[in-house]
Design a protein around this ligand. Structure first.
Ligand SMILES: NC(=O)C1=CN([C@@H]2O[C@H](COP(=O)(O)OP(=O)(O)OC[C@H]3O[C@@H](n4cnc5c(N)ncnc54)[C@H](O)[C@@H]3O)[C@@H](O)[C@H]2O)C=CC1
Ligand SMILES: O=C([O-])CC(=O)C(=O)O
Length: 326
């Protein structure tokens, strides 16, 4: 059956890297036809139409149709997978906190449109920053959609952490399992290697280097977004699109046996993260559903870092509450 996929911010740099991969079957699999709905602001509709022309020109066998619109209601009508990418990206020198107000207004009407028109199986991934809190806003305006369908992206952080660890241990990326990102998709995020495994061995033990972990690994992963901006003069785009593909593919098709992934999901109170916050956890996916991995032993070092990132999420929640956005 054909799956309707909505992409917001379709004319942006992530959109440009993402759409061709969706249309080629990498999001949903090689047997699933897809219909795309591209949502943009009026000023960027023409550019999105240009991308749609290129999608046509690629003659993707799985692509059944493309609609470009500036109307959120139309964009989300009957949607099965909604990728909320459109937002104001952080530019040089800008703090993520500044983004809250600029982006909050976008995600309220989009949540309402998802609530009123999306398919009953809709799955939502928020990529646009501040992703966790934007997901919180969208979710709070979609009371009829089950909370577990709203997620935010920390898969890029997860992939960055795997890449850094595999380099350090001279291991293949595929040899790293059970990486975890906790908390917010921001510089306070906590990439946790204490439960990770490299070639079957505990990663923290394999590293045996608390200093590198604390002073190099964690800040490198947590500040990678800023480092890319510094280097490219623009924020991560192809790697972000790749992580969005990974996130939804894993959600639908499942995590491999003996592994898990990281997703920011609506907290049920697990690991002391207040209920309702959209926070990153280790999750396993099966049959199109995610579940937080339970029972992990959290040491003091990890506890402090998880708590700090969760505190930031609470502050963001309080700020958008004050702005009347939730
Ligand atoms: N969660 C994550 O790991 C990552 C998140 N991001 C975030 O993703 C977002 C998009 O990044 P880029 O594509 O590089 O930005 P971009 O500026 O190239 O594109 C954003 C697009 O969104 C559109 N847009 C703005 N408001 C909209 C609305 N209300 N409805 C529909 N479209 C709208 C703009 O017209 C623009 O075309 C940014 O917020 C960025 O910070 C980027 C990298 C990683
Ligand atoms: O900070 C940004 O705008 C881009 C971002 O989220 C990342 O690269 O992780």
């Amino acid at each position: 059956m054909t799956v309707n996929v909505t992409v917001t911010g379709a004319a942006g740099q992530i959109g440009y890297a993402l759409l061709f991969r969706i249309a080629s079957g990498q999001l949903l699999g090689p047997d699933t036809p897809v219909r795309l709905r591209l949502l943009e602001i009026p000023a960027a509709v023409k550019a999105a139409e240009g991308t749609a022309m290129e999608l046509d020109d690629s003659a993707f066998p799985l692509l059944e149709g493309i609609d470009v619109t500036d109307d959120a209601k139309h964009a989300f009508d009957g949607t099965n997978v909604a990728l909320l990418v459109g937002a104001r990206p952080r530019t040089k020198g800008m703090e993520r906190g500044d983004l809250l107000e600029a982006n909050g207004g976008i995600f309220k009407p989009q949540g309402e449109a998802i609530n009123s028109g999306a398919a009953s199986d809709v799955r939502v991934l928020v990529v646009g920053n501040p992703a966790n809190t934007n997901a919180l806003i969208a979710r709070s305006h979609a009371p009829d959609v089950p909370a577990e369908r709203f997620t935010a992206m920390t898969r890029l952080d997860h992939n960055r952490a795997i890449a850094q660890l595999s380099k350090r241990l001279d291991a293949a990326v595929a040899d790293v399992k059970k990486m975890t990102i906790w908390g917010n998709h921001s510089a306070t995020q906590y990439p946790d290697v204490f439960h990770a495994e490299v070639r079957g061995q505990n990663a923290a033990q394999a590293l045996n280097d608390a200093e590198w972990l604390r002073d190099t690994f964690i800040p490198t992963v947590a500040k990678r977004g800023a480092a890319i901006i510094e280097a490219r003069g623009a924020s991560s785009a192809a790697s972000a699109a790749s992580a969005a593909i990974d996130h939804v593919h894993t959600w639908i098709h499942g995590t491999p046996e003996g592994d898990w992934t990281s997703m920011a999901v609506v907290s049920d109170g697990s690991y002391g993260v207040p209920e309702g916050l959209v926070s990153s956890f280790p999750v396993v996916c099966k049959d199109g559903k995610w579940e937080i991995v339970q029972g992990l032993d959290i040491n003091q070092f990890s506890r402090e870092r998880i708590d700090a990132s969760v505190r930031e999420l609470e502050e963001e929640r309080d700020a958008v509450r004050e702005l009347g956005l939730i």
